[in-house]
Design a binder for this molecule. Structure first.
Ligand SMILES: Nc1ncnc2c1ncn2[C@@H]1O[C@H](COP(=O)(O)OP(=O)(O)OP(=O)(O)O)[C@@H](O)[C@H]1O
Length: 438
């Protein structure tokens, strides 16, 4: 039987919402990391990528299923598995050298040996001469070099990277990524498997032998994609651009709603709305409508023009799709006829269309509107809506979802919101007529 470095079968994990109800974050996840493999894990924000990584690092337990490292069940932090964090996670009061030595200390390596190995690693990772510095004296890129050195100094068999480059500027991120790949490809490190969690499709395509896409709510493995282009890869080559296109396509493929949800009499209100705002929605729509796109674009090309990161663009595409203004398919986005009308419209007509689409396609917004119309005062606190959302979302997500629905609804003049009082109300001029129906 093939031995995997990491092997997960039927892994599930729930967290408790603020109300105490369990919320399934990962469900039936089967995943393995083979020897000699770099795998990139992609998925929307909140799909459970970090949770999955933390389970593999032995930092948190799974609720169900099995998790094994080289055939042995994982029951806590595993020697041989090291992690690099997005936030660097350095101890600010320790020097660079001391931070790097930490992992070795935990493994009981003798001080002289620790120092020698840390020195060698600092040299390898481009930090020679910085051993005595404190993290705050370093740039973000240098700090992440320390984070990487701290992980690599333990000679990990498996390296887990949780959005390790996303807090860095683009060039610094690319440089570090290239250096890690060089260390890997030239076998300068003994690491046998790397798992990278990323939001960045180009990063995933440049690094990985295989891309795994996680779906959301709950997180399940949705698709896998093998990349057999040899490294080092040229980001501008036709082969890489075509791969990026395909992965964009896979990422934006809409998943059909579960039959149970679709069959419910009243539309479900308690699902997350894409994390974006009206400004971004209109900016992307205008960009798409204008030259050179004229209403249809290849997503990576649009991303280049938009100068927004993927994690802001994806929810925006999703919002445009949700509102019936654009259509995303196989790595392309195109405006619908209504989207074209919207792009050509002046501000007031835009607001009207936005409000109309919101009521038609976002059940939370129509629910808020209906409940307000049923109130004699035409006003309601936000708590009842938060409680409905918290039936299936955690408190943070419920709050964010309501905020998004409020921002969109105010723009479309579907309802108003008083920030001081935390109260939703019908727009001025409509309140008087509300609540009078028999
Ligand atoms: N300790 C926790 N308690 C309660 N909920 C949690 C906890 N950790 C994560 N969650 C929830 O689990 C879900 C998945 O979170 P996770 O951080 O794994 O997602 P992610 O895909 O890594 O997201 P991102 O890309 O934004 O980092 C989220 O809805 C998050 O709010």
């Amino acid at each position: 039987m093939k031995e995997f470095l990491l092997d997960l079968r039927g892994v599930s994990k729930s967290f408790r919402t603020a109300e105490g109800a369990p919320r399934l974050v990962l469900d039936g996840v089967n995943f393995s990391l083979g020897k000699g493999e770099i795998v990139a894990l992609l998925g929307k924000s909140g799909s459970g990528k970090s949770t999955l990584l933390r389970i593999m690092a032995g930092l948190i337990p799974a609720d169900g299923g099995s998790v094994a490292y080289r055939g042995k069940p994982i029951a806590g932090p595993v020697e041989g598995v090291a992690m690099v964090f997005q936030s660097f996670a350095l101890f600010p009061w320790l020097t660079v050298q001391q931070n790097v030595e930490l992992g070795l200390e935990a493994q009981g390596v003798a001080p002289a040996d620790r120092q020698q190995r840390a020195d060698a690693m600092l040299e390898l990772i481009g930090l020679a001469g910085f051993g005595g510095a404190l993290p705050r004296e370093l740039s973000g890129g240098m700090r992440q070099r320390v984070g990487i050195a701290r992980a690599l100094v333990t000679n990990p068999d498996v390296l887990l990277m949780d959005e390790a480059f996303s807090a860095l500027d683009v060039l610094t991120g690319e440089t570090l990524r290239t250096e890690i790949l060089e260390l890997w490809d030239t076998k300068s490190i003994p690491t046998r498997g790397i798992l990278v969690v990323s939001h960045n499709i180009e990063e995933a395509v440049m690094m990985a032998d295989r891309i795994v896409i996680l779906s959301s709510d709950p997180g399940r493995i949705r698709s896998e994609y093998v990349i057999d282009v040899p490294r080092p890869r040229d980001a501008d080559s036709a082969a890489v651009r075509a791969l990026i296109d395909e992965v964009y396509g896979l990422m934006t493929m809409r998943v059909a709603p579960a039959p149970a949800a679709a069959a419910q009499a009243a539309p479900a209100v308690d699902y997350r709305l894409p994390e974006t705002d009206v400004n971004r929605i209109e900016a992307v729509l205008d960009l798409l409508a204008g030259p050179p796109f004229g209403g249809r674009a290849d997503l990576p090309q649009l991303a280049d023009e938009a100068e927004l990161p993927d994690e802001e663009l994806f929810p925006t595409y999703e919002a445009l799709g949700l509102l019936g203004l654009a259509h995303v398919e196989k790595g392309d986005i195109s405006l619908t006829p209504l989207g074209h009308r919207y792009a050509a419209a002046a501000h007031t007509l835009r607001q009207e269309i936005f409000g109309q689409q919101l009521l038609m396609h976002v059940p939370l917004a129509s629910r808020i509107r209906e409940d307000l119309e049923a109130e004699p005062s035409g006003t309601l606190g936000e708590e009842p809506f938060l409680s409905v959302l918290q039936e299936s979302l955690d408190a943070g997500q419920a709050g964010r979802t309501l905020e998004i629905a409020i921002e969109w609804g105010r723009y479309g003049e579907v309802y108003e919101y008083d920030f001081n009082a935390g109260v939703l109300k019908l727009p001025d001029g409509e309140a008087a007529s509300a609540g009078t129906a028999p």
